[in-house]
Design a protein. Structure first.
Length: 320
């Protein structure tokens, strides 16, 4: 077979593939601070929220979560520092930011004397969406939040969980890229929390970036791809759940399951000790090992370690 070199034609130069450029975060905060007189509600925090992520802001009531969200949403002016949403400064272009975000505050904020469809029509008008599109838009939103059979019901007649879903539908009226949900699971019963979690995962699969705060840590552990742990106005750790678990330290544990139903958790210093433990169990323990798996800390344990509360509790106990 004759190739290009044989007949004197220069071989084509195939350029090396360009390195993939990292996608800029949809939200970037640097030194973000909010003070009210002598009270510092948010104290110089830095964080990035990747596009397409479900970002959880963890912390107790009073940690500064709602204040942080209000600054992102252009509702509060920072005392110092910066925050941008898709490159837009909320203080310079608040209208631009409000077009890009869907805001669901920690209070439900629904108008009880309206029907569900009239409530959504009101906000479609507020966002100046074409009137010809309203009915199709409302149909789609009610189907998404599973309230199609409640469109003619007065909002006041709905359960709290349903009102939360109406509020979420309202936040989606203008099809924003970023959803900011402040304590959306607060006051919901277990079934409503499960439904909300499934809805958030569905929205994420549709390409929405979701920022959600909660002091109910188990709710965030189930859905978040990125986390920030906040207390006292400061971010103490941020990253993926795996990164935060690693940085929190505390060693690793493995769960060993034995034939007959017995199980035990054993602390290991590292992978080599974990491997040696498995050899020891298989070769020398009279019980039959049927399961051997690492145990991941839940968010409550990580939160306690990152914020130093475990040390505080231990010191308190030692002094008693």
């Amino acid at each position: 077979m004759t190739d290009a070199t044989t007949i004197g034609i220069a071989s084509p130069i195939v350029p090396e593939p360009a390195a993939a450029r990292p996608t800029p975060p949809i939200v970037r905060a640097r030194g973000l601070t909010k003070r009210y007189g002598s009270l510092t509600a948010v104290d110089g925090i830095d964080f990035d929220i990747p596009a397409g992520s479900i970002f959880g802001l963890i912390g107790p009531n009073g940690a500064g979560k709602s204040t942080t969200f209000a600054m992102i949403a252009s509702l509060l002016i920072p005392t110092s520092g910066t925050v941008t949403i898709s490159g837009i400064d909320p203080m310079q272009d608040p209208k631009g930011v409000r077009k890009a975000i869907g805001w669901m505050p920690d209070t439900i904020g629904v108008y009880g004397d309206l029907t569900v469809e009239d409530y959504l029509r009101f906000f479609a008008a507020a966002y100046r969406l074409p009137k010809a599109n309203w009915e199709g838009l409302i149909d789609g939103l009610l189907e998404l939040v599973n309230l199609g059979d409640k469109r003619l019901a007065q909002v006041d007649s709905l359960s709290r969980g349903m009102k939360q879903r109406v509020s979420l539908a309202r936040a989606l009226v203008h099809d924003p890229d970023l959803l900011i949900l402040d304590e959306p699971a607060s006051g919901l019963d277990p079934r409503a929390r499960v439904e909300l979690r499934e809805l958030l995962l569905q929205l994420s699969s549709m390409g929405k970036t979701i920022v959600i705060s909660s002091h109910i840590l188990a709710e965030l552990d189930a859905v978040c791809t990125q986390l920030a742990i906040m207390e006292g106005g400061r971010v103490h750790a941020s990253g993926t759940p795996a990164e935060i678990r690693t940085s929190a330290g505390g060693g690793r544990r493995v769960r060993v399951d034995f034939l007959g139903g017995d199980s035990v958790e054993i602390a290991c210093a590292g992978e080599h000790e974990q491997a040696a433990l498995l050899v020891e169990l298989v070769n020398r323990d009279p019980r039959t090992v049927i399961g051997f798996s690492p145990v991941a800390d839940d968010l409550e344990g990580i939160y306690m370690r990152v914020t130093g509360r475990v040390a505080d509790v231990a010191a308190t106990g030692a002094n008693q």
